[in-house]
Write a protein of this length. Structure first.
Length: 599
DNA sequence: ACCGCACTA
DNA sequence: GGTAGTGCGGT
């Protein structure tokens, strides 16, 4: 029974005060512990074979094996198809050979000449462009249910098919409600530890990641209050998953643990349609045999560098590496790795706005573009997609505004080059407007070259943000060349000269600040109305300035600020790429050098 | 601010 | 391999 391997993880590398902390009333009632809260509970919830599931929902298929195709490649394989041994790496031919009744769906595409993406019979990479729009919308619906059912939880959308949920606050509320004795600490004894927790009923709450290799439940150590917290999060998570399954038809898998990386890791413990609870006591046993390259942020080059440096593959293998050693080779930031290996991760679940900061439409060209004019065709296709996506986004968020338009083009096998330009605020815009701006960037990019091999074109909005909620939207038909500040000259430049059929313009100089306000509209008749609206808005702005008594120079965009700034905490973040080595005099190993040093 | 790049899924 | 999205550093 105990011949091979360890049955029990070696606990020397862990702090019992960290894994099995005694919790006091003071800690239980504190609202300010944040990532150091001993009762912190995080879930990672992801959709099983998401793109395939979306197509099943769309087609009303429940059980059949199905794959989603992007040109010749499989990009998603549902679980019924996986039973036939089909994987994403397979060729379509091989997949069909394994399962003749396989349902094959090609992802939606924009077809030349069509306004909206659709599912066509014969897709051709030379004339079509993939659209992931349907999946984005389904994703947003799922996210909506999370937010609706968990108003007290932070929800961080981590990708199109997964989200982190911080259950700490809702769990604490329920804990105090269900165990009222905890809500009333003995007077003047706030630093007493809590009474022993009750037994936990795990029925219907998912799998429990085992804490050793025996299946003898009698050997289980006693529960902790953190285990209770996880079980409450598991209840909530289960309800949410059920709701999504019933309302939208998607099955979700979740991992529940004390921090983000462990939640993510335990989500894949068993799939699909399951949830996995990782109690603190099970962390060493779960983590040590794990390939560290499965850990979030260690799946890429950093993980490779670690594996090469120490010639190892599991978390357990790395536990004997000292913090000093790791930091000497990977920089100060290596403390992040050192702690991850010991189950510690203080990164926050950051509630992100449902709006992405950027929108990218891209197209790889099997047949490289050789003449400048061919670029305009694809730019127009990409512009059409961006126009539609921005229009859709504005249906829920009317004042969304992309700050910049960026065009990337890749020449042959070289790295891609890019050009960007400010994208003026416009409530009303069309494909030609975006395409015109894109074309101008294309000209900058290709210069005077007459011959080229462009293998990839990408057009993106960046700095996408919404106006403040209190803002009265500038409704209407006009475009607004300069409602913000005198430093926004580039906005006007962006409009003129860039678009053929330049729209009509009218201007006005503010008596208070001498700023020139300009209105631009497609029709002459609309210019005056537009200018009036801008005047009103500008007046409102002065009003707000007077109230706030703020320095004019610091408030260039009245009531049009982008979303809150990122407040990442340096020390607790994943490794920074450019962290300097501690000892500059020592040459780094080749693998490390390539990771941290440019070129 | 602009651009290139590295990284991630 | 295609289609995304984010953030950092240099200028």
């Amino acid at each position: 029974m105990s011949v091979k391997g360890k049955e029990r993880a070696d606990l020397d590398h862990y702090d019992p005060e960290d894994l099995l902390p005694a919790i006091t009333y003071r800690q239980l009632h504190s609202q300010t512990l944040g990532v150091r809260d001993p009762l912190r509970v995080i879930a990672l919830c992801d959709s099983d074979a998401f793109y395939a599931a979306c197509e099943m929902v769309r087609l009303g298929i429940t059980d059949k094996p199905l794959v989603v195709l992007q040109w010749e490649s499989l990009i998603a394989v549902n679980y019924p198809a996986r039973k036939f041994g089909i994987s994403r790496m397979d060729k379509l031919k091989d997949a069909k050979a394994r399962c003749p009744e396989l349902v094959v769906v090609h992802v939606a595409t924009y077809k030349e000449g069509e306004k909206e993406p659709g599912y066509w019979d014969n897709v051709d990479t030379r004339t079509h462009k993939v659209s992931l729009d349907f999946y984005r919308r389904e994703s947003a619906k799922i996210h909506g249910i999370f937010r609706e059912m968990l108003p007290d939880a932070e929800v961080e959308k981590a990708s199109i098919d997964e989200a982190f949920i911080d259950f700490t606050q809702p769990v604490r509320k329920l804990l105090l409600h269900r165990y009222p004795e905890l809500a009333q600490p003995p007077p003047d004894e706030l630093d007493n530890v809590l009474p022993p927790p009750p037994p936990i009923k795990w029925d219907g709450l998912g799998n429990i990641v085992p804490h050793d290799d025996t299946d003898d439940s009698e050997s289980s150590p006693p529960n902790t209050w953190h285990d209770v917290a996880i079980s409450i999060a598991a209840e909530l998570m289960h309800k949410v998953r059920e709701e999504v399954r019933i309302k939208l038809g998607y099955t979700l898998s979740a991992g529940i643990a004390r921090n983000k990386f462990l939640a993510k890791l335990s989500a894949s413990y068993r799939k699909p349609n399951s949830q996995n609870n990782l109690l603190n006591i099970a962390i060493p046993h779960y983590l040590e045999p794990m390939q560290f390259q499965k850990i979030r942020f260690l799946g890429g080059k950093l993980g490779d560098a670690l594996a090469k440096e120490y010639d190892v593959s599991t978390v357990g293998d790395l536990l004997s590496v000292s913090l000093n050693d790791m930091q000497s080779k990977f920089g100060e930031g290596a403390i992040w790795i050192y702690e991850i290996l010991r189950g510690i991760d203080r990164s926050e679940v950051k509630a992100k706005s449902s709006v992405n900061k950027s929108m990218l439409a891209s197209k790889n060209l099997a047949q490289a573009i050789t003449k400048a004019e061919e670029g305009y065709h694809w730019i127009r296709v990409l512009a059409a997609e961006l126009a539609l996506r921005l229009k859709d986004a504005r249906e829920t968020n009317p004042n969304l505004w992309p700050k910049t338009l960026v065009l990337h083009a890749r020449h042959g096998y070289e790295a891609s080059r890019s050009r960007q330009a400010p994208f003026p605020f416009r409530r009303d815009f069309d494909v030609s407007y975006i395409a015109g701006a894109g074309n101008k960037l294309w000209k900058e990019l290709v210069g005077t070259a007459t011959t080229m091999k462009v293998t990839s074109v990408q057009l993106a909005f960046t700095g996408v943000g919404a106006a403040e909620s209190g803002q009265r939207s500038i409704e209407g038909f006009f475009k607004n060349g300069s409602s913000s500040s005198r430093n926004d000259d580039h906005v006007d430049e962006g409009l003129t000269g860039q678009v053929e059929n330049a729209p009509a313009t009218s201007s006005f100089t503010c008596p208070r600040c001498q700023k020139e306000l300009r209105a631009t509209a497609l029709e002459d008749a609309e210019v005056n109305a537009a200018l009036e609206a801008i005047k009103v808005e500008h007046g409102d702005w002065h009003f707000a300035q007077d109230l706030a008594k703020e320095d004019l120079s610091s408030t260039e965009r009245p009531r049009l600020s982008l979303r809150e700034p990122v407040k990442g905490s340096q020390a607790l973040s994943p490794p920074k790429r450019k962290k300097k080595r501690k000892r500059e005099d020592e040459e780094p190993k080749e693998s490390i050098a390539r990771f941290f040093v440019r070129r």
